[in-house]
Design a protein around this ligand. Structure first.
Ligand SMILES: CC(C)(COP(=O)(O)OP(=O)(O)OC[C@H]1O[C@@H](n2cnc3c(N)ncnc32)[C@H](O)[C@@H]1OP(=O)(O)O)[C@@H](O)C(=O)NCCC(=O)NCCS
Length: 404
């Protein structure tokens, strides 16, 4: 069966392309919801696959900037990828991925990033797991910190329209320190963060916005929901933390101190916590977090040279990679990274690896030594792995706090 891939031209095509994934979520593709998506993704970033005149698959990309170590790069934020079950395993996804990555390349976006529904899908297209994250479920009685403290700042509730004004600047400040976080446009804030329709609440109450202030400035915030419940008269309520970010260690401590102390709940739950989150060392009994870790953000170097030159490094020195990129051939070959810039080279390679493995290492969350131990990178010169690890490591694990 043959199919064409091109970008959609109107709301109707867009809706049918998004429904390729929407159906798996049980989504009702209302016009209002589709228009909201279209406004964010835009028609020119939504590819659809056609077969015999019908749309059978879709793949979209948000245009945002991803924080990388010491920088911030234009990125295709891949989203709403799906193929109608009537046309699965005939190469529809492959054609969509090809069109999308070629488009990102032509636009000059050095990176693409995504959240994977299954770990088995995207490696073949050059994406690598670049960050770990996980969910926690902490029983109220184990919420004690190791070191008791008095909060140094104050907290106050914000109405959603106040949050829309007050929170984006502090988010921007925080996300620029954190590889793996991405920029949010005003529309993103309005539609995805502030707007809080019933269907996104999963049985819990509305979002509560809290600003944390110290010395007259907002230094962090939290968004959470109450999910009430009772069992034989006692609470089994959950406090679901949607996002909690502090710009300083004290802000993080005080915000989490507040969240964990909230009365009349049995459990605090949140998802997407990175493995180096301060909570692990703040709590007296971190085992009680019942942390379940999995893959977070996946990263693909659309343009190896621009991507490697676009981040900072933790050490001086140089390294030569022999990159194998079967899906985006323009990246294949030897690349020398020296003085923070990458260029093609004829020099002997230090490390051989696939584009997906380089994507895994790129944000500093997964080391070359780890990749080599799993057979995903090969050391060609003695000491090359630790040299590369020294260059790429960063002061924190990459963290993407939101699935897009
Ligand atoms: C996952 C999905 C997009 C795959 O689409 P598809 O058109 O069937 O994929 P293709 O036929 O282009 O397959 C390309 C390759 O990926 C493999 N593949 C596709 N889906 C896979 C999966 N879920 N697990 C493992 N491998 C998969 C195919 O076997 C094929 O392998 P090959 O390179 O060795 O030939 C489709 O099954 C789907 O829509 N699933 C439900 C929604 C979803 O998970 N979307 C992804 C959101 S992140």
């Amino acid at each position: 069966m043959s199919f064409d891939v091109r970008t959609v031209k109107d709301l109707d095509e867009f809706s049918r392309a998004v429904f390729a994934i929407g159906q798996y979520f049980g989504m009702t593709p209302t016009e209002e919801r589709m228009q909201r998506f279209l406004d964010q993704i835009t028609a020119e970033r939504m590819h659809a696959a056609w077969s015999d005149g019908a749309i059978v698959g879709g793949a979209g990309a948000f245009a945002f900037n991803l924080t990388v170590p010491g920088g911030d790069l234009a990125t295709a934020g891949v989203t709403v990828v799906g193929v109608y079950p009537t046309h699965r395993r005939r190469g529809v996804l492959r054609s969509l991925m090809r069109a999308q990555l070629e488009d990102a390349h032509e636009r000059g976006e050095p990176l693409a990033a995504l959240w994977a529904s299954e770990e088995t899908i995207y490696g073949r297209f050059g994406y690598g797991q670049a960050a770990w994250c996980g969910e926690i479920s902490l029983a109220h009685e184990y919420a004690r910190f190791l070191q008791p403290h008095e909060p140094e700042g104050s907290l106050r509730f914000l109405e959603p329209d106040e949050a829309l004004e007050a929170i984006p600047p502090v988010f921007e400040r925080i996300r620029l320190q954190w590889p793996g976080m991405f920029s949010r446009s005003k529309l993103w804030w309005e539609q995805r963060e502030i707007k809080d329709p019933e269907e996104r609440r999963d049985g819990a109450g509305p979002k509560r916005w809290i600003a944390y202030e110290r010395d007259g400035a907002i230094e962090g915030y939290a968004v959470y929901r109450h999910k009430p419940g009772w069992d034989e008269g006692s609470t089994i309520a959950e406090l679901r933390v949607v996002e909690a970010l502090g710009a300083t260690p004290i802000a993080d401590r005080d915000i989490w101190g507040y969240l964990l102390a909230i009365d009349w709940k049995a459990t605090v739950k949140t998802f997407l916590i990175p493995p180096d989150h301060p909570l692990f060392l703040l709590l007296a009994t971190p085992r009680r977090l019942r942390y379940r870790m999995g893959d977070g953000l996946w990263v693909r170097l659309v343009d190896v040279g621009d991507a490697l030159s676009g981040r900072r490094y933790s050490a001086d020195g140089s390294i030569v990679f022999d990159v194998r990129d079967d899906f985006c051939e323009w990246n294949t070959g030897r690349w020398k990274l020296a003085d923070g810039a990458a260029a093609r080279t004829d020099e002997d390679a230090d490390i051989a690896l696939s584009a997906a493995s380089l994507g895994s290492a790129y944000l500093g969350g997964i080391s070359f030594s780890e990749l080599a131990r799993a057979g995903r990178a090969e050391e060609l010169q003695d000491g090359a792995l630790s040299r590369a690890d020294g260059l790429f490591r960063w002061n924190r694990h990459p963290w993407c706090p939101e699935i897009f």
